[in-house]
Design a protein around this ligand. Structure first.
Ligand code: SAH
Length: 342
């Protein structure tokens, strides 16, 4: 078993079941996460019996960094999993620290019409150790401390909710990854039942929602998930989340030329979010060679922004950090698969 597949509680339970003490779990975890010692024989405060047990039962992470693309603002890593599937994550160097964008699945079944990740169907969910492994692999590779995490890479995190919940507990545990809950953001395309469940967790973890359209007519065309959950249902679930947590929700909105970037769309979007504890993040679309969609031009993005502003909506335009990398969601993995297909 991979020892990174355990939350603290799960490791405590397993050790107790095998005749060890509850506090042994914290001892092991301090070595793994704080002291970065990946050899049970070097964990000097463990008993011989416990070291033997661990050597027999566990191994450490086996994610391999197979490709890195670097630019001044962002690096992209292609990681190989033990079954040879590949995933990617992106490290961004913000003025407030390093932020890592992690993947939640191998491929994605949501089928958004503009997104590379969904072009390659879901192969499987990522395990806890693979979620945690992305953080550890990149911070070890670069020898840095990661300050914040966004689950906005390949996959739909709420379609892998069980492991995302466990990941949250490992990220925010101060003996484990130790990143404050306010520095962790989960992005969903809008799986409504899971938004309610997420709200009921009552953590301080941030929620971002890929809305990308101000009405069902447009959203139906570009996001398959809208056939299952309409915008009204998403907004209702977000109202519940806000009521429950009093946390501000990020509304992500990709700017697609001629599709969702008209003045009318900006007015409709304002109407949807106005007066709510929400803010809109306008994302210039990162064009990919596999789709015909184009990004809105800067003038259009600015006028969309101005309309939202004039309606007193909190809005920002996302700084493009990975445009010259294949950093649109799923691009690096997709390119790699193309090479493999040849
Ligand atoms: N499934 C989740 C998280 C992964 S996608 C979600 O839908 O939120 C992360 C974000 O990147 C989403 O908002 C997605 O719509 C967006 N995205 C996908 N392809 C993109 C592209 N080519 N350019 C810009 N953003 C893109």
């Amino acid at each position: 078993m991979n020892i990174y597949d355990f939350t603290l509680e799960e490791l405590e339970k397993l050790l107790i079941e095998n005749g060890f003490k509850k506090y042994n779990a914290i001892q092991i975890i301090e070595w793994m996460y704080e002291k970065k010692v990946y050899d049970f024989n070097k964990m000097t405060n463990l008993s011989k019996k416990l070291i033997e047990f661990c050597n027999e039962k566990f191994h450490f992470n086996d994610l391999k960094v197979v490709k890195v693309e670097k630019s001044t603002l962002a690096n992209k890593y292609l990681l190989e999993l033990s079954d040879h599937n590949k995933i990617e994550c992106v490290l961004m160097n913000h003025d407030y620290g390093y932020s890592l964008c992690v993947s939640s699945q191998v491929g994605c079944n949501m089928g958004c019409s503009f997104c590379e990740s969904g072009r390659l169907k879901k192969v499987r969910d990522l395990t806890l150790s693979e979620l945690v492994g992305q953080v550890i692999s990149v911070s070890t590779y670069e020898n840095i401390r990661i300050d914040s995490i966004v689950v906005m890479g390949i996959g739909e995190p709420f379609d892998n909710f069980i492991n995302i919940k466990r990941f949250i507990s490992v990220v925010i545990n101060n003996k484990m990854i130790n990143i404050g809950q306010r520095h962790l953001t989960i992005s969903t395309c809008g799986l409504v039942p899971k938004i309610y469940e997420f709200a009921d967790l009552e953590t301080g973890v941030n929620l971002a929602v890929s809305l990308h359209a101000p009405n069902n007519e447009i959203r139906d065309k570009i996001m398959k998930i809208n056939h299952a959950y309409k915008i009204e249902e998403v907004m209702k679930a977000l109202d519940y989340y806000i009521e429950k947590t009093n946390r501000r929700v990020t509304i992500e909105y990709i700017m697609l030329a001629g599709i969702n970037d008209s003045d009318k769309c900006a007015q409709e979007l304002s109407h949807l979010v106005k007066g709510k504890l929400m803010y809109v993040n306008l994302i210039p679309y990162n064009e990919t060679s596999n789709f015909t969609m184009k990004r809105s031009n800067d003038f259009k993005i600015k006028s969309f922004y101005d309309i939202l502003k004039s309606n007193n909506v909190n809005v920002t335009i996302r700084k493009e950090m990975g445009g010259n990398l294949s950093a649109a969601c799923g691009q690096l993995r997709a390119n790699e698969m193309k090479c493999l297909e040849k």
